[in-house]
Design a protein around this ligand. Structure first.
Ligand code: MTE
Ligand code: LUZ
Ligand code: MOS
Length: 750
């Protein structure tokens, strides 16, 4: 199959913001940001900066005609600081210049005096000082307090997981134009066109109908542009609105890495209790979420962490508490998995530690606790079409899991300098935005008189192939070749009030809306054909661009049918809406059915360690993943492999380091390592379980964007197994990423 988007990317033909033609009068935006992690601005001197040739204007918060506010969930973040800065990289001034270089020079000439305030970077310290975004939340199920007595083994521990830089190929970028009647048009690399429309309207103090946001595609988002494309777009819009000139604002890689949020680091405590058969009887955990300086999406991310704190296991007694702690780091934000990976790393660590204590194979504990059909999650939702055991068993048979472990033991018995290890990682991930309101989407479909079809939805293409999936849905529903269908830019004037393309539900929600719009069109066309054949609408069949009468011998081709419909003055446009049915959640009891359904799967990750150097590689990964009826197999394969690698990177080599005072040490590709082609396992086996039933997404498909990320967690434990094989005395800790340096240290530990 031919994924048009990807072929264009490879050929370098795809357009991103920075490739767009800019008018001659364009101005360039440069953002002057805080050099300190916390402080009060005493004085700013822009005198010398204004003298630089090419500098047109330098804006501060006084220039904002509307609200100086960008907080999406909690209104705690200014667009341009009005006095107190809380992280290094916080925007203070917007420099507008005729060329990008003079903006940069001007920024260097700005003199700022800031009196320092105390800096906190550790979430536990912030917690002790009561510096929380909202009060702690607790999910409670069964009776944990009395359950400990029934356990044969109880172990406790601490787990740390690091942040993660999104490292999308295209940095944050926007281009804003003034349009007549006091409006603006904004092109942005954003996952949330409507969020930008709302924020720009609010910042400029103009109604939303004067703000048009248009998105062609993103050079990657991964959650980093769900909320954090907004400030840059709002600044470009502000500059454009005030100067009546186009303004382009594209962050350099180093500014992007320094000024924007990443995956939240978590620090967690757990206690787990099991009976002698390996059944988990009770589980308790406290998650300290390092939120950075502003709320951003942190509270929603913490909520999803709580939802996924028992991963794919049934545990009868659970209490998990989460706290969202402010610190003086960039506001951490959405990143593939959205808190799910952080919470799953905690329960997987707890299982490993318990297995060590009991002298049991962790694989055994994982297996006996896997969810069964009808089991209940701690938040009250029942599993349905639960395929976790099926994916586990298929993996076991198809990829000879037992033999893999046996071969590894034999290999390790005969090898001193190289040790091997492997781990299994089952995953259950809930699909729907946990904020019910966001589970809605719209589509607008036109059929032109030549039979070609135009589809607009609220979904944003960011490399995940959602456009290809929309094409497939429209083509299948109208029974026409995919070559007749084109997906337009995502534009707030065509599809309004859109949710971000996120929570893996872009294809689900927008696909449903697209399908409904196409069904409406097909119904109208069926009536036209019936009229023409002198037959009944329910006798009309669509097949491969051919329309025929199953009750007679009338036949039409697609183009003639469209021509007939047009002559008969039948509307060839349909707009449709979709809202996920039957989801609800009661925050007072923390119970409900927050997800339309779950995605399941299991991975086997195999690693090999060079004991002298501490370096490791991943030889093979085998994944059985429940895709439902795939909307596009090539795309889904890419999503499963890509998400796994990104998860593996988070667990192993991607180390985000801040100095004590909040200075980012790993601010570029020379200091922050992302997986490269050589890091990818030599052998990647992916088995898609397409038979899994799913009535809750379009055409029986299942969301695929985020769930496979968490297979990467298996990589951590595979490396840990190598370490144990090399040094039985090494004390295993649960602190990702497990970089080669850390491996070497634990190998040397006695
Ligand atoms: N794949 C690519 N190539 N680039 C991306 O930015 N984002 C991921 C995932 N896959 C991403 C990606 C994230 S975080 C999400 S939520 C989903 O795609 C969003 O798209 P979907 O809802 O259409 O699956
Ligand atoms: N974004 C969001 C998400 O706003 N709510 C969610 O539940 C979610 N889940 C995953 C990724 N992004
Ligand atoms: Mo993805 S983290 O939902 O953008």
């Amino acid at each position: 199959m031919n994924n048009n988007e990807i072929i264009k990317h490879v050929r370098g033909e795809s357009f991103f913001i920075d490739d767009m033609n800019t008018p001659e009068d364009v101005l360039y935006g440069t953002v002057f940001t805080s050099p300190v992690p916390h402080g009060k601005i005493e004085n700013i001197d822009i005198g010398n900066a204004l003298k630089i040739k090419g500098v047109v204007k330098i804006l501060d918060y006084h220039d904002i005609p509307g609200d100086n506010q960008i907080g999406a969930i909690i209104k705690d973040e200014e667009l341009l600081s009005d006095g107190v800065v809380k992280f290094i990289g916080e925007p203070i001034l917007l420099i507008l210049s005729e060329d990008p270089d003079s903006g940069k020079k001007a920024a260097e000439e700005i003199k700022i005096e800031i009196s320092p305030l105390p800096v906190i970077t550790d979430p536990r310290e912030s917690f002790r000082k009561g510096n929380l975004i909202v009060p702690a939340r607790t999910f409670d199920y069964g009776d944990v307090d009395t359950a400990w007595e029934k356990c044969d083994v109880v172990v406790e521990g601490r787990v740390e997981s690091g942040g993660q830089e999104h490292f999308y190929m295209e940095t944050q970028a926007s281009l804003a134009y003034p349009v007549e009647n006091d409006g603006v048009r904004v092109h942005s690399s954003t996952q949330s066109p409507t969020a930008i429309q709302k924020t720009v309207s609010n910042v400029l103090g103009i109604p939303m109908n004067r703000v048009e946001v248009d998105v062609r595609r993103l050079g990657g988002g991964f959650g980093g542009k769900e909320d954090q494309a907004t400030p840059w777009a709002a600044m470009a819009a502000l500059g454009s609105y005030l100067t009546k000139r186009p303004v382009k604002l594209v962050l350099s890689r180093s500014d992007d890495i320094r000024n924007t949020g990443k995956r939240h680091p978590f620090s967690s405590d757990f206690r787990i209790g099991l009976d002698s058969s390996g059944k988990i009887v009770a589980y308790e955990a406290t998650l300290y979420q390092n939120c950075g300086a502003y709320a951003d999406l942190s509270t929603a991310i913490l909520e999803r962490a709580l939802f996924h704190s028992t991963n794919s296991y049934f545990i009868p007694n659970v209490r998990v508490t989460g706290v969202s702690c402010y610190t003086n780091l960039p506001p951490f934000t959405a990143f593939r998995g959205f808190g799910g990976p952080q919470a799953m790393f905690v329960i997987e660590s707890a299982i490993r530690k318990a297995a060590g204590e009991m002298g049991t194979d962790p694989v055994h504990i994982q297996r006996v606790n896997l969810l069964k059909e009808g089991d209940i999650f701690p938040y009250g939702m029942k599993t349905e079409n639960c395929s976790i055991r099926k994916t586990w068993d298929i993996l076991r048979e198809k990829f000879g899991v037992e033999k893999v472990f046996k071969d590894i033991r034999e290999f390790n018995n005969n090898s001193k300098q190289v040790k091997k290890g492997a781990a299994l990682m089952p995953v259950a991930f809930g699909i729907s935005f946990t904020n019910k309101m966001l589970n809605q989407a719209g589509a607008l479909v036109h059929i032109y008189t030549d039979g070609s079809v135009s589809v607009s939805t609220g979904a944003v293409e960011m490399g995940q192939g959602v456009n290809k999936k929309m094409i497939n849905v429209a083509a299948e529903t109208l029974s026409i070749p995919v070559s007749l269908v084109r997906v337009e830019t995502t534009n707030t004037t065509r599809v309004a009030n859109t949710s971000p393309t996120a929570a893996s539900s872009g294809a689900d929600l927008n696909g449903m809306a697209t399908r409904t719009a196409c069904i409406n069109l097909a119904e109208r066309l069926r009536r036209v054909a019936a009229e023409k054949f002198g037959s009944k609408p329910d006798k009309i069949k669509f097949e491969n661009g051919r329309i025929y009468d199953s009750g007679g011998d009338g036949v039409l081709n697609w183009v003639d049918l469209i021509g007939a419909a047009y002559s008969e003055r039948v509307s060839l446009t349909s707009q449709a809406f979709y809202a996920t049915p039957d989801i609800y959640f009661d925050k007072s009891s923390e119970k409900g059915k927050p997800f339309a359904y779950h995605v399941f799967g299991t991975a086997l990750v195999e690693a090999e360690l060079d004991v002298l150097r501490g370096v490791y590689k991943f030889n093979r990964v085998s994944i059985v993943h429940d895709t439902g009826r795939s909307l596009d197999q090539q795309t889904d394969l890419g999503q499963i492999e890509g998400a796994f690698i990104q998860g593996l990177g988070w667990m192993t080599v991607e180390e985000l380091l801040f100095e004590e005072g909040g200075v980012l040490i790993t601010g570029g590709s020379s200091t922050y390592k992302v997986p490269d082609i050589k890091f990818i396992p030599e052998e990647m086996n992916v088995e898609m379980l397409q038979s899994a039933k799913n009535p809750y997404a379009v055409l029986g498909s299942k969301a695929v964007g985020e769930p496979p990320f968490m297979y990467g967690i298996g990589g951590y434990f595979a490396v840990q197994n190598c370490i144990s094989a090399a040094n039985q005395d090494s004390v295993l800790d649960y602190n990702c990423p497990v970089t080669p340096e850390k491996v070497l240290i634990s190998l040397l530990k006695k």
